[in-house]
Design a protein around this ligand. Structure first.
Ligand SMILES: [Fe+2]
Ligand SMILES: [Fe+2]
Length: 215
């Protein structure tokens, strides 16, 4: 029996600490910030990834570890480009190596994390766990939960936001979201994305109607 620590406990603790740090800086808060977006995002990604993993018969350890740890180094920029995928993969490796996580699976976790960055892609990802992490990460930006995340975070990034301004932002976001839907790798991911997108369209139309904006 290994005397190393339980990997999931360690991964969750590390992910939560980084999420809290990011959230305090976003809200410029000393104590508990009004909303911890990163933590909510991670919980959503883990739940979606787990569902997809079950449906597609993927490795549960690889998928859960990658989901918890994929945004550890969210702020990382190297040579002017977003390098948080590679940086998070390296941090995840160090964290998992010190736990009871099966060492032979660590490279798959790292690969899935390194590949998750961006919102769109032309070619589907071939590796199953990597494809699932991409889909789960993007799915977390679509649908009703994402709407809560967006609304709760908005005042931190756009002080003085108004309903009309939010409406205009949401119209732009819908265009981006349509492209996110087409970037899904797996059939269940695609189906979930389409359902979530339909909800977003309904919400947008209702809001347009109530604001007299004609959609
Ligand atoms: Fe990310
Ligand atoms: Fe993410």
């Amino acid at each position: 029996m290994s005397d190393k620590k339980s990997w999931e406990e360690v991964a969750i603790t590390a992910a939560r600490a980084r999420a809290e740090q990011e959230s305090r800086s976003l809200w410029r808060a000393e104590g508990t910030p009004p909303f911890n977006y990163r933590w909510e995002h991670l919980k959503a990604v883990v739940a979606i990834a787990e569902t997809l993993a079950q449906e597609l018969g993927a490795d549960r350890d690889v998928v859960r570890a990658a989901a918890w740890l994929h945004d550890l180094a969210k702020e990382e920029i190297a040579e002017g480009r977003d390098s948080h995928g590679e940086a998070s993969a390296q941090e995840a490796k160090k964290i998992l190596e010190a736990t009871d996580f099966p060492p032979e699976k660590i490279p798959r976790v790292m690969y899935a994390i390194a590949q998750h960055v961006g919102l769109f892609r032309d070619e589907p990802l071939q590796n199953l766990e990597t494809a699932i992490i991409w889909d789960a990460d993007k799915l977390s930006k679509l649908g009703a939960t994402s709407l809560v995340h967006y609304l709760m975070t908005n005042p931190a990034s756009v002080p003085g936001i108004t309903t009309e301004r939010y409406f205009a932002q949401y119209r732009d976001w819908l265009e981006t979201a349509a492209r996110i839907v087409s970037s899904m790798n797996t059939p269940p991911g695609r189906k979930m994305a389409e359902e979530r997108y339909q909800f977003m369209q309904r919400f947008y139309r209702q809001l347009a109607q109530e604001l007299g904006q004609g959609g």
